[in-house]
Write a protein that binds this ligand. Structure first.
Ligand SMILES: Cc1cc2nc3c(=O)[nH]c(=O)nc-3n(C[C@H](O)[C@H](O)[C@H](O)COP(=O)(O)OP(=O)(O)OC[C@H]3O[C@@H](n4cnc5c(N)ncnc54)[C@H](O)[C@@H]3O)c2cc1C
Length: 369
């Protein structure tokens, strides 16, 4: 029997598996598809919340920790696996921000490098932006990660690990509970036992836990996000640029991502022509040259939407040996290292990196958001 059984192999499940395995535990990670092919693949990879001052302190606390750790994590994974997740520390330029006073106040309170910048600064940083952008908010330390590569590197790290067993194309139907304690999972074709079960099922988490009423009514729902990528040459844009809630993200090979939509359409994973046109318009409003560059791919993913975007991290009070790390909504890539560390601190009896109470399922489920 395994020490830990992890349901869901997105970045959250994989980072949780890696940290636990590195502590010496035996871990099984199960995914109904392949590892890192859902939201964690589909996301943009900005290592910051968008307009971070608009989020609650619970998000800021996790994001701060992760942002400090991401460059080291990317290096470690590149050395360990030979796959570079391409962390880029280019900064984030947010054009035409109306609540800049709030941004500056948040930055001062949280000791975040954030500046109000003028037209000259904007075009010195990004010469190819559309004309007429007069002011912006600049966060020099925000980076981005190439999340499909992060997923590949994490998967390889787990494949190489002697303590990890990976099960792909195995759907978990329900959590097995006996005498008030989780003892494993029921899959489509087997019963798997475990000392502790951790649900990292992203947008599907509520459905898994609702089976046999283990934890009914977990407020997590799928929120569709559509994105596109342009096959550009390097040099058109060097950093994350945002305008009116939309953004462009450069990759090392010149490709430029544009995102994203926010749609409540259940588990529907179809892309739409309407979103394609809207994303193209947003991309060209930031970088007019994209008008003449081909769109290589248009896709969508299902974010694990949760109230205020605050994840559920920790033990389920009503069922022993059952834990959650889910509900990271729009920020799962940036929050993943901190959310994982915080959960593993609790599982391994370590001093927590930050106060865990605000993220515990019992706190979150008793708070009306
Ligand atoms: C368009 C878009 C842009 C985004 N941009 C950013 C960004 O720039 N920065 C950022 O920080 N975040 C971003 N996000 C959010 C981020 O991608 C998510 O918050 C994060 O990937 C969630 O990770 P996860 O591991 O919880 O979920 P997922 O990656 O969805 O993984 C959940 C896994 O659970 C598996 N699973 C589900 N049910 C079962 C079952 N019954 N049995 C077995 N396995 C199961 C699934 O197959 C899946 O692999 C974006 C998301 C989208 C869609």
């Amino acid at each position: 029997m395994n020490d830990f059984l992890i349901v869901g192999g997105g970045v959250i499940g994989m980072m949780t598996a890696r940290t636990l395995a590195n502590s010496g535990a035996d871990v099984t990670i199960i995914d109904q598809g392949e590892l890192c092919k859902e939201s964690s693949w589909a996301g943009g990879g900005i290592v910051s919340p968008l307009y971070p001052w608009r989020y609650r302190p619970e998000i800021t606390a996790l994001a701060n920790w992760s942002q400090g750790y991401y460059p080291e994590l990317a290096n470690l994974l590149a050395e360990e696996t030979g796959i570079d997740p391409e962390f880029r520390a280019g900064g984030m330029l947010m054009l035409r921000v109306e609540d800049d006073a709030e941004a500056l106040a948040w930055a001062a309170k949280n000791q975040q490098p954030l500046h109000h910048v003028d037209q000259q600064f904007i075009y010195e940083k990004e010469a190819n932006l559309a004309a007429g952008k007069e002011q912006a908010i600049w966060m020099p330390e925000v980076g981005s990660i190439r999340n499909p590569r992060l997923g590949k590197a994490l998967k390889k790290s787990l494949e190489q690990h002697p303590n990890v067993r990976i099960l792909e194309h195995v759907e978990v139907k329900s959590i097995r509970v006996m005498d008030g304690q989780a003892i494993g999972v029921n899959t489509s074709n087997a019963v798997l036992g475990a000392g502790q079960v951790i649900v990292c099922g992203g947008a599907w988490s509520a459905g898994i836990l609702a089976e046999e009423a283990v934890l009914p009514n977990l407020p997590i729902e799928p929120v569709r996000g559509q994105m596109m990528v342009y096959k550009a040459e390097p040099g058109l844009v060097d950093r994350v640029v945002m305008l009116d809630g939309r953004y462009v993200i450069p990759r090392n090979d010149g490709r430029i991502l544009v995102g994203s939509t926010l749609e409540y359409e259940g588990f529907n994973k179809q892309t739409t022509e309407e979103a394609r046109q809207s994303l193209q318009a947003s991309a060209e409003a930031i970088l007019p040259a994209l008008k003449d560059i081909p769109v290589e791919h248009h896709w969508c993913g299902l974010r694990p939407g949760s109230p205020d975007g605050i994840p559920f991290i920790g033990a389920v009070e009503s069922t022993g040996h059952l834990h959650l790390n889910t509900g990271h909504f729009r920020n799962g890539l940036v929050l993943a290292p901190a959310a994982t560390e915080l959960l593993c601190n609790q599982l391994l009896g370590q001093t927590p990196i930050i106060d865990p109470s605000a993220y515990l399922p019992k706190t979150r489920l008793s708070t009306k958001n």
